[in-house]
Design a protein around this ligand. Structure first.
Ligand code: ADP
Ligand code: MG
Length: 378
């Protein structure tokens, strides 16, 4: 629905920001433009709403060359969100969100009612309406920026590094919220980021750019990780793409062992014979109770007498990905991921090494150091 046909952009100083770009972006999906700084992402994005005009080639929206559309009319159908939210500091949050409806000539009452709706939609409490931007956190301001861009319910949303300026935890929240919002709204979204993990999390399709404004690869996240087009893309998606690919492997495919899984009625002597460093103690219904470190077992009795370390996170064999299993292993005191079925009963456990072997098999690479890779990801 948004189509770049042999588009180039050179600036008067001779910089080629975008070089012969041909690309078709699907309606109702999230397309992520990703690549190192200065590779032409922002320029590409701004050519969609005519903030930047191409030097050559054409950009069309729903089959119509956008040069034929009066720029203000074009922009009415295209929301735009930028890094620091770009809020008006002297307007209240509600009036910031109402900006576009007011520009469209809506009555003040109708515009404010719409703004209140949007405030709720992006997950902000009502009492924020009367505040000013500097009274909000960075993450809250970013939500207001998204709400404002949605003001006139535009079918297309352009987002330029909208979550880059907030800390990693808030960023993860905003990303999750954004995925939820898009499930409701089905906008056609073009999302710029320099962060490949963000691209893989959010994109239905990903366009990887290299320096010089050249498109290196346009693919689904899964294809990008499995089959990078060249060394540049392979390097950019990282050596640990096996780990990233775990997001696309169903947790049900992870091989599990049940040697360390024992019921609370198991005699200590028998538990010792299992020769495991950590024992996962379960009840009669195989529901997990906690971890017993083998080195600290009581001299006699059953596992019910052992002192247990809390479980940490389990992963679901029915709903989760293998990536969730890896997180579960890394967060577990025993460094073992605990896989449970739909009823929460333990099926078995796997360690990070076993999980990273699954990842490596996926891409035909030697097993990466899962713990290190996970640390790098955060
Ligand atoms: N107005 C401008 N005048 C001259 N060069 C520019 C201008 N805007 C961007 N550039 C250059 O074009 C290239 C691409 O920039 P940009 O699209 O902002 O990249 P990105 O968003 O990927 O970081 C960079 O080399 C940048 O310095
Ligand atoms: Mg940029």
């Amino acid at each position: 629905m948004i189509r770049f046909n042999a588009v180039s952009k050179s600036y008067p100083n001779g910089t080629t920001a975008v070089d012969d770009l041909s690309l078709e972006l699907a309606e109702g999906g999230i397309t992520v433009l990703v690549g190192p700084s200065g590779c032409g992402k922002t320029t590409t994005l701004r050519m969609i709403n005519r903030m930047v005009e191409p030097t050559s080639g054409t950009v069309s929206l729903r089959g119509r060359d956008i040069r034929e559309v009066h720029a203000p009319e074009l922009r009415r159908g295209i929301g735009y969100v930028i890094q620091h939210a770009g809020l008006f500091p002297h307007r209240t949050i509600l009036d910031n969100i109402a900006t576009v409806p007011l520009l469209l000539g809506w009555s003040r009452k109708k515009a404010r009612a719409r703004a209140a709706e949007l405030l709720e939609l992006v997950g902000l409490p009502e009492e924020m309406a009367k505040r000013y931007p500097n009274q909000l956190s960075g993450g809250q301001q970013q939500r207001v920026g998204v709400a404002r861009a949605l003001g006139a319910d535009p079918p297309v949303l352009l987002m330029d590094e909208p979550f880059s300026a907030v800390d990693p935890i808030v960023r993860a929240e905003l990303q999750a919220e954004f995925i939820r919002l898009q499930k409701e709204l089905h906008k056609t979204i073009v999302f710029v980021t320099h962060d490949i993990d963000e691209a893989i999390k959010l994109g239905d399709n990903i366009a990887v750019f290299r320096t010089g404004g050249k498109l290196a690869q346009f693919d689904t996240p899964e294809q990008l990780l499995a089959h990078p087009a060249d060394d540049f893309v392979a390097g950019f998606v990282g050596q640990d793409r096996g780990i990233r690919r775990l997001s696309f492997v169903k947790a049900g495919e992870v091989p599990l062992r049940d040697g360390p899984v024992l019921t609370a009625t198991t005699p200590v002597a028998q538990a010792r014979a299992a020769a495991e460093a950590w024992l996962l103690v379960v009840d009669d219904g195989r529901r997990p109770l906690g971890w017993a470190p083998a080195a600290e077992l009581p001299a006699s009795g059953t596992l019910a007498d052992a002192s247990l370390v809390p479980l940490g996170h389990t992963f679901s064999l029915v709903g989760d990905s293998a990536r969730a299993a890896l997180d579960s292993a890394l967060l577990s005191p025993a460094r073992l991921a605990v896989g449970v079925d739909a009823d929460g009963a333990v099926v078995g456990v796997a360690d990070a090494q076993e999980l990273s072997a699954v990842a490596a098999a996926e891409v035909g690479e030697p097993a990466a150091n899962a713990e290190k890779a996970d640390g790098d990801d955060r």
